[in-house]
Design a protein around this ligand. Structure first.
Ligand SMILES: NC(=O)c1ccc[n+]([C@@H]2O[C@H](COP(=O)([O-])OP(=O)(O)OC[C@H]3O[C@@H](n4cnc5c(N)ncnc54)[C@H](O)[C@@H]3O)[C@@H](O)[C@H]2O)c1
Ligand SMILES: O=CCCC(=O)O
Length: 468
């Protein structure tokens, strides 16, 4: 795929970029290695000062970078501004909390004594340059939620961003440089995915994080496995949204619309499969479908737009094929089910709700990356949980109930990295984020995220080395 800015609302190619040569990549890896030697020795206070400065600059740049994101991948510009604001918040959160999250740990004195030590501590030390392979869907946020903790821990970053968001990728490098991070601490490699393997095999690169699809995760994890390097994988999701009889159905249906179409439906943690108890099915369906029909689809630069185009022609075509397969096999489109007639250019798809889904349809098991919901009717909680777990993915999940026993049962049985009751899944700097099954492994955000790329080092002092 060429490295280019192609406006998904029009299909027009606006800028193209040459990928870095092998020599230029080598220079970047060498710069990362050199930067790590310096950055790892800085104090938490120094790093926090730099990250706060980056947050301030991003806050000032919000309107411009939001327009760049919208131009490159089509999200409504109001959502792009919200994404930038979330990045500012996460930068400040890690600037303020990293030192305490990575404070030395003190094992129980009994264990210290039993090990023969006078004292022992666990210290979190950085690993080195980390390669970040990132997707286009939240082109700032996906990078910042890795970079803020990584830089605070003393690591440095090499970013290989998705090929359709090169200007956002270059903006990020510039942002960290302007904030005062030393040359080489954060670099954008404008390269195709074919360059990832050799960078990851380089002995100076310590680890990799990938957010993206299952095939990309598999490719990066297998190279990293071969090199015995640490990875974190944040992959796809097909999150269930379960509505049970005790729920506030009106609120559940209203939230369901946002949960499905946020980011033009292209979010890993968007609710995708709506599993509704028979007692409240009709009421939920009618409100949900009405809400989906009311959405404004159109120019993502327009402040009134709810749903813009999909990020690429391939993305729109893949979604369309999933819907057509389902319709051919007996699904019913309660709304949408086709491209909107009003948009002649660009890669738009109408907000869609499909009912009468059966296991033989591709859409039952594959991720729908766009504004398409599948709706299921279930007889009881057992059936809801079985259906919720009948997916290769395990990212997050949503349950609407006011019954504590039902909620406890969901916490015990749902196979997912998150369970959100009476609301929709959303990430937050202070809450760990990640999945199980084919959604990947490892965690981002909170203390879990910052420790992923640290060497938890046991420091053991013998009896003759006693200090106060
Ligand atoms: N779990 C999460 O946090 C999360 C967040 C956002 C997106 N996603 C997932 O990402 C997918 C959509 O994003 P996308 O289309 O950008 O994904 P993608 O896998 O096509 O691309 C992601 C990144 O991986 C690179 N890549 C692709 N194939 C590669 C390979 N063989 N070797 C090395 N690098 C490779 C791409 O160039 C890009 O930088 C969806 O499945 C979505 O659910 C997951
Ligand atoms: O695509 C994944 C969404 C990530 C997030 O909202 O943190």
């Amino acid at each position: 795929m060429p490295i280019a800015t192609v406006n998904p609302a029009t299909g027009e190619t606006l800028r193209t970029f040459e990928p870095l040569t092998a020599t230029a990549i080598e220079r970047c890896v060498a710069a990362a290695d050199a930067a790590f030697a310096v950055h790892r020795a800085t104090s938490f206070a120094e790093r926090a000062g730099l990250l706060h400065r980056a947050a301030d600059l991003l806050e000032e740049d919000t309107a411009d970078i939001a327009r760049t994101m919208t131009t490159e991948m089509g999200k409504p510009v109001k959502a792009a501004r919200a994404e930038a604001a979330k990045c500012v918040k996460a930068m400040r959160w890690y600037a303020e909390h990293a030192e305490s999250l990575l404070a030395d740990e003190h094992p129980a004195q009994d264990d210290v004594t039993d090990s023969g030590a006078a004292r022992a501590v666990v210290r979190y030390r950085p690993l080195g340059p980390v390669l970040a392979v990132m997707p286009w869907n939240f082109p700032l946020w996906q990078v910042v939620r890795f970079a803020a903790p990584a830089l605070m821990a003393g690591n440095v970053a090499l970013l290989k961003h998705a090929s359709n968001v090169p200007q956002t990728a270059l903006y990020l490098e510039d942002l960290f440089r302007r904030a005062g991070f030393a040359e080489g601490c954060f670099q954008t490699l404008l390269v195709g995915s074919d360059a990832v393997e050799s960078v990851l095999r380089d002995g100076r690169v310590a680890a990799a994080t990938l957010t993206g699809s299952e095939p990309a995760g598999r490719a990066v994890a297998s190279t990293a496995g071969d090199e015995i390097k640490k990875t974190v994988l944040e992959l796809g999701g097909s999150d269930p949204y379960v509505v049970l009889p005790s729920a506030d159905v009106a609120r559940a249906a209203e939230t369901a619309v946002t949960a499905r179409v946020q980011n033009n439906g292209q979010s890993c943690i968007a609710a995708k499969r709506f599993i509704v108890h028979a007692d409240v099915y009709d009421a939920f369906r009618d409100r949900f479908v009405a809400g989906m029909r009311e959405l404004t689809v159109g120019d993502p630069m327009d402040e009134a737009t709810d749903v813009g185009p999909l990020s690429s022609r391939a993305g729109r075509d893949d979604l369309e094929e999933l819907v057509e397969d389902a319709l051919a096999k007996g699904a019913t489109a309660l709304c949408g089910g086709q491209r909107p007639k009003e948009q002649e250019r660009g890669w738009f798809y109408s907000p869609t709700v499909l009912a009468d889904i059966t296991p033989g349809m591709r859409i039952h098991r594959e991720e729908t990356f766009g504004p398409v919901a599948t709706l299921y009717r279930v007889a009881d909680l057992d059936e809801a949980l079985a259906l919720a777990n009948d997916t290769p993915f395990g990212l997050s999940s949503n349950v609407w109930t006011r019954d504590d026993a039902e909620a406890e049962r969901c916490v015990r049985d749902l196979q997912a990295g998150g369970i959100f009751f009476n609301g929709m899944t959303a990430s937050h700097p202070g809450l760990p984020f990640g999945g199980v099954k084919r959604s990947g492994y490892g965690r981002e955000l909170a203390g879990h995220g910052i420790r992923e790329f640290c060497n938890a080092t046991t420091v053991w002092y013998g009896p003759e080395d006693v200090r106060d």
